[in-house]
Design a protein around this ligand. Sequence first.
Ligand code: TXA
Ligand code: MG
Length: 338
Amino acid sequence: MITRLLKNTPEDLEIAGNLIKNGELVAIPTETVYGLGADAFNEKAVRAIFQAKGRPADNPLIVHIADMNMLEQIAFEIPDIAISLAKKFWAGALTMIFPKRPEIPYVTSGGLETIGVRMPSHPVAKKIIQLAGCPIAAPSANRSGLPSPTTAKHVMDDMNGRISAVLDGGQCQVGVESTVICFDNPETIHILRPGIISLEDLKPFAEHVYIDKAIFQQIDCNTKVASPGMKYKHYSPKAKILPVDSPDFASFADYVKHHAQEGIYCLLFDSDKEITGIPCMHYGDDGITQAHDLFLRFRELDELGAKLVYVRMPKQTGADLSVYNRLMRASGFEVIKI
Ligand code: TXA
Ligand code: MG
């Protein structure tokens, strides 16, 4: 199959919308990461997403909508908190899980009775949903297990020859995937995946807000989890990622110098100095800037042939938790504590 590279022009947006309407797969830019989109109601098209990614069939997809009418078509029992959250954070990087309507096939929901829904703010994503005229099921547009793509080139590197088209909308503004939440009851928000919309941002909206324990510890593959995606190793480049939890830069640099070997690299905060004799990259000083560059750096490190990457550990609060979570998933929860 030839994968077409489409541009952000009215003609190409029309082509992308038509391809999805006709049951084809198109990678589309969103503000978080690129998504691999298909008509959420079309079983055959959605099955092709799982095939193109090499994704386990029990890992459900997020369905992307352009307006609140589309939400009514796919979900029900929407709690009042969700309406308030939608007013505040949609369109944006928040996915909410609701009971699904029967029109959404089980392939899309990974066999579950629930469906994750997000209204993306990226104007290209919004336009393509409108042109396709249906909600779009879209996981991140990477091959399963690799870092999510934040540029059209990343998508091409993973998906060329496997999907009908990629629409190039430039680099994604957020850089990590959306915050995923469900509602344990009408007063409780349960965070299943941290994103740049943080626990602190969600607190004013509910009596109880909490983070799933799988964010902080490795889950055994036989344990029942609230979100199937938690079970799978994720987001990892080919290089081994090793977060180093050190009180300051000096102790980090000292550790790395004593463990230098062939193929090692460091991923540092912007404010850190280079470490003499060791190739270093920077990925920001706070959660928002780190989220923007993290997956980009992962892919660059692979291109450089890095074997082992020592990473300065971010904080575990606010948007920083989203970066902490991606690093822990990439390292399989292995951390060096100094
Ligand atoms: O920002 C994003 O969320 C991107 C863009 C493309 O929208 N999408 C994305 O999709 O990251 P994906 O498939 O790579 O990750 C979706 C995560 C998975 O961990 C999945 O298990 C979880 O959301 N999820 C989806 N539906 C769910 C459901 N009904 N119940 C529990 N977890 C669900
Ligand atoms: Mg993904």
